[in-house]
Design a protein around this ligand. Structure first.
Ligand code: NAI
Length: 400
C-alpha cells in the first residue's frame, strides 16, 4: 500500500514547461509530490521567461532557481551542491528531443511527455545516452498507473483468459469536433505539424492506449495498417481521426481508434482483451472497475482495493485508500511517479555503491520494477511512424 511514509531523501526535481495555464503541468507536480519522493526546487516553466519566473515564485521556489530557459537551468543547477537530480519535460512535442538530450548530457534523470520524439531514431538516441550514463528515462504514460490495468495484466499473464485472440483499443474524445484551434492554443499546436509532429490524435491519444495494450498483453506487433483523415479539413495533413488494424506475432489481431471528433464523447478510452476463454474490459471513465466476462457465465465486475485481486502485484500494492473509495487520474499518475522515484533512487544507489536495502527492494526487484520507460516511448513513436507510412501509401500493411 502506498502512503507518504518512507526513509528516502526526496529527489531534487525541476520542470521544463508546465507553466501557468498549461494543460498538464499541474498533474506532474501533483503526482510527483504525492508521496514525498520528489521536491520541486527549480524550473524553466514557460516560453515567456518573466511569466515563468513569477509562476515558479508563486509555487514557492527561490526566484533565482526559476530560469529563463532549459539551457540555463541545466547549466546553473550543475554548479550547485544541492543542484537538481531529475527533470520532467512537459513542453509541446517538437521540443522533447532537444531538451531530453540536454538533460541527459547534464547527468539528469528524465521524465518526458509523450510522444517522446518525432522519430524512432531520435528516441533510440535518448535511450543510448541514458544507458551510457546509468540514468533513468521515464515516458509519461500517466494512465498506466491505474490499478485495474495492472489487474488486467496479471489476469492475462496467469492465463485466466486463455490465449489472447483480440485486443481492441480506443481513445476517442469529442472535444475537437469543431475547429477549436482558432481559439485554443493547446489545440493549435496539436494540429500544427511543426510542433505536433507527423501525427495529431495518434500521438496525442493513440500512444496512451497502445501502451496499455502492450503492457497488459505483452504481445509483439507484427504489422499494421492505418486509415486516417481530418474531418476538420484545415487540420490536414494531420489527422483528427484514425483507425488502425494490427496483427500480432502470436496470431492475435487488434484494432486502435484514436479520435478528437467523436462528438459527444468525454474520453472513451477503453481496452478490451479477448481470450479463448474469457474477456476483460476497462474504461478510464470508470477506472476503479474491470469487467471480467467468462464465456457462459454472468459478467463479473472486479473492484479496486479488494483482496481477490492479483496478490503481490501492482494492482494490490498501489492501493492507497482501500476498496470502496474512488481513486482516479491523480492516483494513477502518482503511482507512475512513485516508481520513477524508486528507479531513480536505485540508479543513484548503484552509482554511489550504497546497495538498495534502504529502498525495501532487492536488486532483482529493482531490475524488474515496472514503469513506462524509454522502450515504451520508442514503441509509441514506432506506432506513429508505421501509421504514417501506411496511410501515406494507400493504407497498405506495414511491418512493425
Ligand atoms: P500546453 O501548450 O498547455 O503547455 C505547454 C507549456 O510549456 C507552457 O507553459 C509553455 O509556456 C511551456 N513551454 C513551451 N516551450 C517551452 C520551452 N522551450 N521551455 C520552457 N517552457 C516551454 O501543452 P500541454 O497540453 O500541457 O502539453 C505538453 C506536453 O504534454 C505535450 O507533449 C503533450 O503531448 C503532453 N500531454 C500529455 C498528457 C498525458 O496524459 N500524459 C496530457 C496532456 C498533454
Amino acid at each position: 500500500m502506498f502512503n507518504e511514509e518512507h526513509n528516502l531523501a526526496p529527489l531534487r526535481w525541476a520542470m521544463v514547461g508546465g507553466g501557468r495555464g498549461s494543460e498538464i503541468g499541474h498533474a506532474h507536480r501533483a503526482a510527483a509530490h504525492r508521496d514525498g519522493l520528489f521536491r520541486l526546487v527549480a524550473g524553466a516553466f514557460d516560453l515567456d521567461a518573466e511569466r515563468g519566473r513569477e509562476f515558479g515564485t508563486n509555487l514557492g521556489l527561490d526566484p533565482e532557481r526559476c530560469y529563463p530557459d532549459y539551457a540555463s537551468l541545466f547549466e546553473a543547477e550543475a554548479t550547485r551542491d544541492d543542484g537538481i537530480q531529475a527533470v520532467s519535460i512537459a513542453t509541446p512535442n517538437s521540443t522533447h528531443h532537444a531538451i531530453s538530450l540536454a538533460a541527459l548530457k547534464a547527468g539528469l534523470h528524465v521524465i518526458c511527455e509523450k510522444p517522446v520524439t518525432f522519430t524512432v531514431a531520435e528516441a533510440e538516441e535518448l535511450k543510448a545516452e541514458a544507458q551510457a550514463r546509468g540514468l533513468v528515462f521515464g515516458v509519461m504514460y500517466g494512465y498506466s498507473g491505474y490499478q485495474m490495468l495492472h489487474q488486467a495484466r496479471a489476469m492475462v499473464q496467469s492465463g485466466e483468459l486463455g490465449q489472447v485472440r483480440m485486443v481492441n483499443m480506443q481513445f476517442a474524445h469529442g472535444f475537437h469536433s469543431q475547429p477549436v484551434e482558432q481559439v485554443s492554443s493547446g489545440a493549435k499546436w496539436r494540429t500544427s505539424p511543426a510542433v505536433s509532429g507527423p501525427t495529431y490524435v495518434l500521438g496525442d491519444l493513440g500512444t496512451h492506449i497502445f501502451y496499455a495494450g502492450q503492457f497488459i498483453t505483452g504481445l509483439k506487433v507484427e504489422r499494421l495498417m492505418c486509415h486516417r483523415q481530418s474531418f476538420v479539413a484545415s487540420r490536414a495533413p494531420l489527422e483528427d481521426n484514425a483507425q488502425v488494424l494490427l496483427q500480432y506475432q502470436n496470431g492475435a489481431v487488434g484494432s486502435l481508434w484514436a479520435s478528437a471528433v467523436n462528438a459527444g464523447s468525454m474520453h472513451q478510452q477503453k481496452i478490451r482483451v479477448v481470450g479463448e476463454k474469457a474477456s476483460i474490459e476497462w474504461w478510464d471513465e470508470y477506472p476503479n472497475q474491470l469487467r471480467y466476462e467468462v464465456q457462459g457465465e454472468p459478467v463479473r465486475i472486479l473492484e479496486r482495493g479488494m483482496g481477490y485481486l492479483a496478490e503481490g502485484d501492482n494492482a494490490v500494492n498501489s492501493n492507497r485508500i482501500g476498496g470502496g473509495h474512488a481513486e482516479g487520474f491523480f492516483e494513477s499518475w502518482a503511482n507512475v511517479y512513485h516508481r520513477y522515484a524508486l528507479a531513480m533512487q536505485g540508479a543513484e544507489a548503484r552509482r554511489n555503491g550504497t546497495g538498495t536495502q534502504h529502498l525495501g527492494l532487492s536488486e532483482q526487484e529493482l531490475e524488474s520494477l515496472w514503469f513506462p520507460n524509454i522502450d515504451a516511448g520508442i514503441e509509441g513513436v514506432r506506432l506513429l511512424e508505421c501509421c504514417v507510412e501506411s496511410s501515406d501509401n494507400e493504407n497498405r500493411w506495414v511491418a512493425f
